[in-house]
Design a protein around this ligand. Structure first.
Ligand SMILES: [Zn+2]
Length: 264
């Protein structure tokens, strides 16, 4: 009597484990998968940096499996039709290694990506996490064809916006818009929140969204790790999927289908 019971208990535990850890009961979600990447470099393999060979394998998978690459700007037009398997590529921080390794891949596979720019650091290096990684200059950004690349905002000084004051949010947006305009660099009215951070309390969130509206920002990108339904329910809480350099190929495929690997 005890043995069958133990066996059933074991099976139940196994199913719960698989469901939580590998989201086996979550079906494929229809909508727009906005993929978030950072650096591309064959010499480094970590959360924020992907090997170009691995990135190419991911691009091939998407193309071979009926996914359509859209431009982020398509989301600014409410009449756009997004087919079931739609994806958008975004790369944060504007690293020089994007020009070296990502751009040739976009040309090779005829794909489009949007690069989010922390404007203060253009032509300099990443100072906010101590990596010292080189960031593209305005000239380097301009050297890329708009057929493959567009740009979005990522604040002026890569600020975490969760607890930022009204003045800070305001100046972070205005300063970056000013510099990009002064340099004649076209950009989308889209803001990717550094670290995915935005105010969580209702009152602060509403005032944050008001600032975005007043500055003509049309989309705000958090992380959230979910597929976006179309039309978007809140244009300032658009979700991106964190694709990590250390993800296995299975994890990548699951993220693109479901937005996440683990259930919670
Ligand atoms: Zn960033």
């Amino acid at each position: 009597m005890l043995l069958p019971l133990l066996f059933i208990a074991f099976l139940v535990a196994l199913l719960v484990f698989l469901a939580v850890q590998y989201s086996i009961f979550i079906p494929e979600v229809k909508g727009i998968a906005i993929l978030m990447y950072h650096q591309v470099n064959p010499l480094v393999n970590n959360r924020l940096c992907i090997d170009p060979e691995k990135l190419e394998q991911q691009f091939r998978y998407l193309i071979d499996n009926g996914y359509t690459c859209h431009m982020l700007e398509n989301m600014l037009d409410s009449t756009t039709v997004f087919p079931k398997r739609s994806f958008i590529l975004t790369f944060d921080d504007g690293y020089v290694n994007n020009l070296e390794y990502l751009y040739p891949l976009l040309i090779k596979y005829n794909l489009h990506a949007t690069i989010m720019l922390p404007v203060k650091f253009l032509g300099k290096e990443n100072e906010w996490d101590g990596s010292g990684e080189k960031i593209m200059s305005i000239e380097q950004l301009k050297s890329m064809d708009s057929k493959y690349i567009s740009f979005g905002l990522h604040t002026y000084s890569h600020q975490h916006l969760r607890n930022a004051s009204t003045e800070t949010v305001q100046s972070e947006i205005q300063e970056s818009i000013m510099v990009l305009r002064r340099n004649n660099l076209q950009f989308l009215p889209v803001l990717a929140y550094p670290y995915g951070g935005f105010p969580r309390e209702k009152e602060q969130m509403v005032s944050f969204f008001n600032i975005l509206n007043n500055n003509n920002i049309e989309l705000g990108l958090r992380i959230g790790n979910r597929i976006n339904k179309w039309p978007i329910s809140n244009k300032f809480l658009v979700k991106r999927i964190d694709i990590r350099g250390i993800d296995t190929f299975w994890e990548f495929k699951t993220k693109v289908k479901k937005g996440r690997v683990k259930m919670f």
